[in-house]
Design a protein around this ligand. Structure first.
Ligand SMILES: *[C@@H]1O[C@H](CO)[C@@H](O)[C@H](O)[C@H]1NC(C)=O
Ligand SMILES: *[C@@H]1O[C@H](CO)[C@@H](O)[C@H](O)[C@H]1NC(C)=O
Length: 152
């Protein structure tokens, strides 16, 4: 009898942490395909001050600037707005079309960086991000007109 209770307690102790974890806000783990898409995006960037040093671990939902839906694990927000102008150098380079793999992305903020570099236009494909509700590409030294795909 005593042994029985003891075993039950062991089971309970064993199971309890995972029960708590599934109810928690940070339980979701990054979707592999979306992780790949983010890494490809990172490869196109020039990140001279190492802002994205956290990018590379298994769970992309914990990477700087990345937010996942806490139930579906889909990446829903990418916020790389330049925060600290005295420490962070602006991100430059290419905005990879791999972002199109983030099919549930509804918030994209790349403001305050230098993706335009005084010579690049806003990439046309940004307008094809189907779920996007917020877009900030301000202060990036883009040239040319706003692509048709982004006009309302
Ligand atoms: C998930 O996020 C929503 C809104 O962002 C929040 O209301 C909800 O409590 C969260 N769920 C869990 C399990 O943390
Ligand atoms: C961005 O794309 C251009 C043209 O394809 C290429 O020459 C350049 O090396 C790329 N930059 C980075 C940082 O990948």
């Amino acid at each position: 009898m005593a042994m029985h209770v003891f075993l039950l307690m062991l089971l309970f102790l064993h199971i309890k942490p995972s029960v708590i974890r599934t109810a928690g806000a940070h339980d979701v783990i990054c979707i592999a395909k979306e992780r790949q898409a983010l890494l490809k995006f990172q490869q196109g960037l020039v990140d001279d001050s190492g802002q994205l040093i956290s990018w590379g671990t298994r769970d992309c939902c914990t990477w700087r600037g990345v937010l996942c839906n806490n139930l579906t694990a889909h990446v829903v927000s990418l916020d790389l707005h330049r925060q600290d102008f005295s420490f962070d150098l602006p991100l430059t380079g290419n905005i990879s079309t791999s972002l199109l793999e983030l099919q549930h992305l509804n918030y994209l903020d790349l403001g305050g960086n230098n993706f335009g570099d005084g010579q690049n236009k806003i990439p046309e494909f940004i307008g094809s991000l189907g779920d996007l509700q917020f877009l900030d590409l301000a202060d990036n030294s883009f040239i040319g007109e706003i692509p048709h795909s982004l006009r309302i």
